[in-house]
Ligand binder design. Structure first.
Ligand code: AMP
Length: 413
């Protein structure tokens, strides 16, 4: 039998899982600081939670959802995104009785996309959402939080915030009509993929990466003409405050986001350092979505970031250098080894032993993991009931009784 992973999935181990855990920790600390509560939802939901709200003509719904019939014939989908499950859970658990609700989640999402660097079929996302706030300060807080988290996790990466204002749903619908008209006039110049989107999803033609499409889009009608005054002010306030907070951004009128529920402010953090899949984090407002899912008529805004893409840019110290290593040269001294292992465990001293009765191999391993100290057990140590502690930085050796080890390590560390 040749068992292999399913295409587009990957296992997290070694450095990758260390990064994943660091990301989780930093995200939780930030969530706590900004007063967001964690919400974990199931990885599958009824299909209808996604199909209409995400947009029947969106790529996700058209071709990327993992959907199957349960044994009782109900249609189930592995969650392709987190906003709609968060809203569903907030409604199911009466979380929206006390507004605003500030929620975050971390976990796997599933999309049957064409796998490539930075793009998987099961990937992990961080998600932050604020339900019930129209004030531009919610948009601002979420963008500052995103910026803070990225700065903390990938301080040496050059990433840029892209911002756009899509206006209200009804204005957006007028804009789409105008775009359809324009693209229909120019349909012969479009790629076949964009040609197919004219009627169903004309906004997505704007963010096509095809050169012919870009040329046509450059002269397309601008969304600006369709945005009402209130939305313009909202957007101006955000931009003004971002400048005050020293957060650089570019206004990007081609930024439309892939899902139907977005309106008003939309944003993405992008970087040129990870190849074609260059979006680290994306989000925006979805006023109207909570009501559409059966909740109260309240606004919402949120973002999602891809853990794998952040991971690609993270640098971590993967060495076990806080662990005290153990080296023993003969199985005959096992009881002496057991004694020190029990001592280290009882005293909460992290240790590493490679299960080899071979001084040289253990020393090589300790050096490769950049260990600070190693405990050596040989014939002399066994016969005279002591332990040799070697500092691998200075090369200095000390002969210690077992109960001296803790103080010795505390003094030297
Ligand atoms: P989206 O929900 O499409 O706006 O995605 C939000 C973030 O999730 C993106 O900016 C990526 O960082 C990440 N992401 C989305 N799709 C994938 C994927 N197929 N593989 C890995 N990361 C992804």
């Amino acid at each position: 039998m040749n068992i292999r992973p399913v295409r587009g999935t990957h296992d997290l181990f070694g450095e990758e899982i260390q990064k994943y855990n660091i990301i989780k920790k930093i995200v939780s600390t930030h969530a706590d600081f900004y007063s967001f509560q964690e919400l974990k939802t199931p990885i599958f939901e009824f299909t209808e939670l996604f199909s209409k709200p995400l947009g029947e003509h969106s790529d996700v719904v058209l071709k990327e959802m993992y959907t199957f019939k349960d044994r009782n014939d109900e249609s189930i989908t592995l969650r392709p995104e987190y906003t709609t499950p968060m809203i569903r859970a907030a409604i199911s658990n009466n979380i929206l009785n006390d507004l605003p609700a500030k929620l975050f989640g971390i976990g796997p999402m599933f999309r049957r996309e064409r796998p490539q660097k930075g793009r998987y079929r099961q990937f992990n996302q961080i998600n932050f959402e604020i339900f019930g706030v129209k004030d531009f300060l919610a948009d601002l807080e979420l963008i500052i939080l995103a910026h803070d988290i990225l700065k903390k996790l990938i301080p040496s990466t050059d990433f840029v915030l892209h911002l756009n204002n899509l206006g209200q749903k009804e204005n957006l619908s007028d804009y789409k009509t105008s775009l359809r008209k324009y693209f229909n006039i120019n349909k012969n110049k479009l790629s076949s993929e964009s040609f197919d989107k004219i009627d169903k999803n004309p906004l997505r033609i704007l963010d096509s990466k095809d050169e012919a499409d870009i040329n046509v889009s450059n002269n397309a009608p601008s969304i600006q003409e369709f945005i009402n005054n209130e939305d313009k002010i909202h957007f101006e306030e955000i931009k003004k405050s971002l400048k005050l907070n020293d957060i650089k951004f570019v206004e990007d009128q081609k930024l439309v986001r892939g899902l139907d529920y977005y309106c008003s402010t939309v944003f993405e953090f992008k970087t040129s350092e990870i190849g074609a899949q260059d979006t680290l984090l994306g989000g925006g407002r979805y006023d109207g979505l909570i009501k559409a899912l059966g909740g109260p008529n309240i606004p919402g805004i949120g973002w999602a970031a891809g853990i794998e893409r952040i991971s690609m840019l993270m640098k971590i110290n993967k060495k076990l250098n806080n662990h005290i290593h153990i080296a023993i040269n003969n199985e005959k001294f096992k009881t002496h080894l057991q004694k020190i292992m029990t001592y280290l465990i009882k005293n909460n001293i992290p240790y590493y032993w490679n299960y080899k009765y071979n001084l040289k191999k253990s020393l090589t391993k300790a050096n490769s993991l950049d260990a600070n100290n190693i405990i050596i057990i040989g014939e002399n140590e066994f016969n005279n009931n002591f332990y040799t502690l070697k500092n691998l930085r200075t090369g200095k050796q000390s002969e210690l009784q077992i109960d001296e080890i803790k103080n010795f390590l505390n003094d030297k560390s």
